[in-house]
Design a binder for this molecule. Structure first.
Ligand code: ATP
Ligand code: MG
Length: 414
């Protein structure tokens, strides 16, 4: 038997309604925030991610699915959503249009990770990218959009925010952090030993106990913000406060990607064990110029949809199944079978979710099947009903039934 590759998942027909529910809700909330969808390719030139995501990140260092195509070009499967959108923005000259430009995406994401619960090699993200505005009002909107969606999905999450400053304040902070860490390098995990030289900030994000311990008393980036960055952060807090959105300031949040400036944030839950980050994002004012465009500021987030669904399950959120049929027309006898087929088709043309038997089953077996597929109503159509021209329409929730003329079934309010 050929089996599924490690770290990937099938979404089976009995489960896909849950994905539709989450995706539809994401689209609905995006529309309420005046955000339009952008779709970019599943693969891009590797160089885009090297420059856009940053070569000191875990993603670029060890997680990318990179290969040479038949034309010897280095290609990489999307390891996150932002870089592709930024590339499309530049290539299509979108900076010449009306600003801000608010976009969202729903996309598969590929990362070569050690698979475990909530950590896959192919997962899916809903994300947004708002380009053009420098004010903290846009940061707050991005956060509110994620919060609105998570809440509409019935989830309880905590919001952590931080500011990573700009290149100016970060240089100062990096110096202070390195000075603090210099005597502790020997006790760090091998990855952090390297980070110490290349990107010491990322050590704050390390999940190894030894490194967490080391960072307990590390200087806080929020103490090193320049005047402008500090004002921006205070404004963000004001916008969140007037929106009644509670948050914690957590100076240890630095996020995994190199492109962030100023605001970074995470929505976390304790219900998913160590894979508790459901959504992460922030501001990246340097990204567009970093990959060759004009200097255009941006802010956005990525939300892991598998984790959202796991959390909904953990919190027993009931997801309505829109796939269930409205009516099952059971039939017996050649003429009734033809009639059931005809009625079924007529109902479907009107948008009613209708189904009939395709397995030559007995009436009894058809009723059992109708029950199994959660049909809302069941109609039995045999020679008697054809003769009298009247059927019983049975509501499966309470087994009540009403009479209906066969000719009127297409007009019945299921
Ligand atoms: P983590 O710290 O869990 O590795 P990350 O910092 O790599 O997360 P991002 O790159 O910001 O995460 O991705 C955004 C969101 O995508 C995460 O908050 C998470 O919900 C989800 N996510 C990231 N990696 C995976 C994965 N391998 N499998 C499933 N979901 C993931
Ligand atoms: Mg990661």
């Amino acid at each position: 038997m050929i089996t599924i590759p490690k770290g990937t998942k099938d979404v089976l027909p009995s489960e896909s309604y849950k994905w539709h529910y989450v995706e539809n809700m994401a689209r609905e909330v995006a529309r309420a925030f005046a955000v339009k969808e952008i779709r970019t390719p599943t693969f891009e030139h590797t160089e885009l991610f090297l420059r856009g995501v940053g070569d000191t990140t875990d993603i670029v260092n060890k997680e990318m699915y990179t290969f040479l195509d038949k034309g010897e070009r280095s290609i990489t499967l999307k390891p996150e959503g932002t870089a592709g959108v930024a590339r499309a923005f530049i290539q299509n000259g979108l900076q010449n249009g009306a600003m801000p430009l608010k976009m969202y995406y729903i996309t598969p994401v590929f990362r070569y990770e050690r698979p475990q619960a909530g950590r896959l090699r192919e997962h899916h993200q809903f994300g947004v990218e708002f380009y053009g505005g420098v004010g903290a009002d846009l940061d707050a909107e991005v956060i509110l959009l994620a919060y609105t969606l998570l809440t509409k999905l019935g989830l309880k999450v905590e919001l952590n925010i931080n500011s990573m400053g700009c290149s100016k304040c970060r240089a100062e902070y990096n110096k202070a952090l390195k000075a603090f860490l210099s005597s502790k390098v020997d006790a760090m995990c091998p990855t952090c030993k390297q980070r110490y030289e290349k990107n010491p900030l990322r050590i704050l994000d390390c999940k190894e106990d030894a490194c967490k311990q080391i960072c307990l008393d590390a200087p806080k980036i929020t103490d090193y913000l320049c005047q402008d960055c500090s004002e921006h952060f205070e404004n963000l807090k004001t916008y969140l406060n007037i929106s009644n959105l509670k948050f914690n300031v957590n100076p240890k949040i630095v996020r995994g990607l190199d492109y962030y400036t100023r605001t970074v944030f995470e929505f976390v839950t304790t219900s998913l064990g160590s894979q508790g980050t459901v959504c992460g994002g922030g501001r990246y004012d340097g990204l567009i110029s970093q990959i060759g465009g004009d200097s255009v500021p941006g802010v956005g987030f990525g939300m892991g949809l598998e984790r959202v669904l796991m959390l909904m399950e953990a919190e027993n959120v009931l997801i309505p199944n829109e796939d269930n049929v409205d009516v099952f027309i059971a039939s017996s006898g050649a003429n009734a079978n033809f009639k059931a087929f005809e009625l079924c088709n007529a109902l479907r043309q009107k948008g009613v979710k209708a189904e009939t038997d395709h397995m030559q089953r007995s009436f009894k077996a058809q009723f059992k099947y109708a029950d199994k597929i959660n049909a809302k109503y069941v109609i039995a159509l045999g020679d008697n009903e054809l003769e009298s021209g009247i059927v019983n329409v049975k509501k499966m929730a309470d087994f009540t039934q009403v009479e209906c003329k066969v000719d009127e079934i297409v007009n019945f309010k299921f």
